[in-house]
Ligand binder design. Sequence first.
Ligand SMILES: Cc1cc2nc3c(=O)[nH]c(=O)nc-3n(C[C@H](O)[C@H](O)[C@H](O)COP(=O)(O)OP(=O)(O)OC[C@H]3O[C@@H](n4cnc5c(N)ncnc54)[C@H](O)[C@@H]3O)c2cc1C
Length: 444
Amino acid sequence: MTGNGGAAPAGSLWEATAPPDPSEGPLSGEVRADVCVVGAGFTGLSATLELAGRGASVVCIDQGGAGHGASGRNGGQVLAGFKWSPDEIVAAYGAERGGRLAAFGGAAPEVVYGLIARHGIDCGLRRCGWLNAAVDGAAFDRLAGIAGQWAARGAPVRMLERAETAALMGTGRYRGAMLDERAGALNPLSYARGLAAAAQRLGARLHGGTRALSLERDGEGWRVSTAAGVVRAREVLLATNGYTDGLWSGLAQEVVPVHSLQVATRPLPEAVRTSILPGGQVVSDTQRILLYFRLDDRGRLVMGGRGSLGETNRDGLYRFVEDAACRLFPQIRRTDWEFRWAGKVALTADHLPRVHELAPGLRACLGYNGRGVAMASVMGRAMGEWIATGDAGVLPLAPVPLRPLPFHALRRPVLEAISAYCRLRDRMSWRRGSVKGTRLEAGD
Ligand SMILES: Cc1cc2nc3c(=O)[nH]c(=O)nc-3n(C[C@H](O)[C@H](O)[C@H](O)COP(=O)(O)OP(=O)(O)OC[C@H]3O[C@@H](n4cnc5c(N)ncnc54)[C@H](O)[C@@H]3O)c2cc1C
């Protein structure tokens, strides 16, 4: 993969650096299992691991392989919490349930670190902290409120003023930042494949290149049909998130899949590398269309931003992210870019994940709104526990009926137009030398 300077997508950095996919080839013939998991991302793999660890026989299938979807394509930022602040969660769900939910979100990175340590997953984990960089005073004040809420709960979260932020980031663009020391960075595809290998060691079967084509009731259980095989299982978990297709009517209409794009440089020369993010944290900012970025363990700058809902103008959108990176760090040259890739995040109407019992023995969990490295891992684990015990009380979020978004088909052009407008406003703000505005950043 060589510097493409704006040409066709060159493929994912993680694909180029992760160990091979340990999944078996496509399923053929009929297999029986206690549980069939559809989707081998963090949700499906964590559930598979949990179930296999509890002695269940599990077959996990994916149309690609382990980490084929968002889980193998993301920014690798291990972030605590949901999109909602802890106080917002408590206000909506009450002190007991809301408090539990906020604590569950806050502890999610620790669970990931525990899984990585327990299963010896080599995925370049760094416990480095997250800077949520404020583009203006209003964003700074909003983040200060959230930091205060976490700090009141004993979490290592605090605000940094402009100078300290600039020193950690190597750019003076931001008004300040919230530093959350719970966060980390990893190679997400290595993590996904490590989870897959750990589940296999516990006896789970994992088949790549195996798309679930239909799902039918089969006595007390379910029959999952693929091109060359069938899984007959007592329970099924759909863990298909932004890649959800028509397998179960209405599920795909509950989320809006949005492409998020990433670009990465080649390993930067020492003098350049040490001038960018010298604090070593991962970052996302509060632009209308947010930017998220970090260094990898070889000193490449990896930067992402919200792309399109469809496939339109990919080249222009990649350039948008590369240009934004070069504005923040002018020491990066256009020829330094080596990788471009994209994946789909699943947005929900209220920015919280959804848990469903779609029918007896058929469950689904999806909708992490671009915050799924830690969250999908812990939700998948909780889904596995629920399936194994039958006790929905183990879940942080109660199962809810399916609620397809009204006018789902029309959301695409509307959101496309809003995104284009926000991107333009962000670009104009940069030209004026400051970045203004804060909202429409639900995803990444
Ligand atoms: C570019 C990008 C950057 C991101 N950055 C971050 C970040 O830095 N930090 C963070 O916390 N989150 C980030 N996210 C979000 C995070 O990656 C996701 O929330 C998380 O990976 C979701 O995991 P999942 O297992 O639910 O879904 P996915 O990983 O998307 O897995 C779903 C799987 O289902 C499979 N599938 C679908 N239908 C079928 C079928 N019929 N049969 C078989 N298989 C099927 C797909 O092949 C896919 O592998 C980012 C996402 C993207 C796309």
